[in-house]
Design a protein around this ligand. Structure first.
Ligand code: PGA
Length: 262
């Protein structure tokens, strides 16, 4: 299923995790915007996912300078409002012009106890609030070595998409992020990453049908950097990258978005 054939525009997303105060965030997004041109935005979508405290500042910069970068968030709660100390409602993000919200990142699942059910509720809440979820799936090293990578990922896709309409699934993003590759400097080989992303697409086909499977964008994530972006991003079932560490360096991240040129 070639990217050109289906018109899936690659999405390059920078997950800043818990880095950068709002001053640093403004500086990073401005430096990044100098490195990217309209020619880049014509062929790839670019999103940045700062911590909550930076979102308003980044939104103001994107608006004022008319930068066509998409604003993202890393997390939200699945309820609309209420007694949930410390949480942020999806509508609050939508009001800030946030377009994409990461749901079920492995760090949220492993460090903060997010279950498949919570991730599914979050995916639905994000869609209800007219934003696009980036649903993260991926296996641990132990699961991979035990030959369970496909089963794990299929289960996460099925659970994450339960009760979501086919049309909404088709407009979504799923990030395949093998946990052993996140922040470790280890990347899946392009062949492995392609095989797993094709597997994710097959799981989507099973749950939501062929149209949704053809249009859902599947990102690869896990130690993506300028040096390995092109070989990963030119695989037929890989429609972009979810980038952590390298997204904190404007030049490195811009070069990933410009992978076609390198
Ligand atoms: P990394 O993180 O690029 O630093 O491996 C990816 C992610 O966690 O989304």
């Amino acid at each position: 299923m070639a990217e050109g054939a289906t018109g899936r525009k690659p999405l390059i997303s920078g997950n800043w995790k818990m880095h950068n105060n709002h001053f640093e965030a403004i500086q990073l997004v401005q430096t990044l915007s100098y490195a990217l041109s309209d020619d880049d935005y014509a062929v790839v979508d670019v999103s940045v996912h700062p911590p909550f405290t930076d979102i308003r500042s980044v939104q103001t910069v994107l608006d004022a300078d008319r930068i066509p970068m998409l604003l993202g968030a890393q997390h939200c709660h699945f309820e609309e409002k209420g007694a949930f100390t410390g949480e942020v409602a999806p509508a609050m993000l939508a009001k800030l012009n946030v377009k994409l919200v990461i749901a079920g990142h492995s760090e949220r699942r492993e460090l903060f106890g997010e279950t498949d059910e919570m991730v599914n509720a979050k995916v639905k809440a994000i869609i209800r609030n007219s934003m696009t979820p980036i649903l993260c799936v991926g296996e641990t090293l132990t699961e991979r070595e035990a030959g369970q990578a496909e089963t794990k990922v299929t289960g996460q896709v099925r659970a994450g998409l339960a009760g979501v309409t086919k049309a909404a699934v088709g407009a979504m993003v799923i990030a395949y992020e093998p946990i052993w590759a996140i922040g470790t400097g280890k990347t899946a080989t392009p062949e492995d990453a392609q095989a797993m992303c094709a597997h994710v697409r097959a799981a989507v086909r099973e749950v939501s049908g062929p149209d949704a499977a053809a249009s859902v964008r599947i990102q690869y994530g896990g130690s993506v950097k300028a040096a390995n972006a092109a070989e990963l991003l030119t695989q037929p079932d890989i429609d972009g990258a979810l980038v952590g560490g390298a997204s904190l360096e404007a030049e490195n991240f811009a070069r990933i978005a410009q992978y076609r040129l390198h």
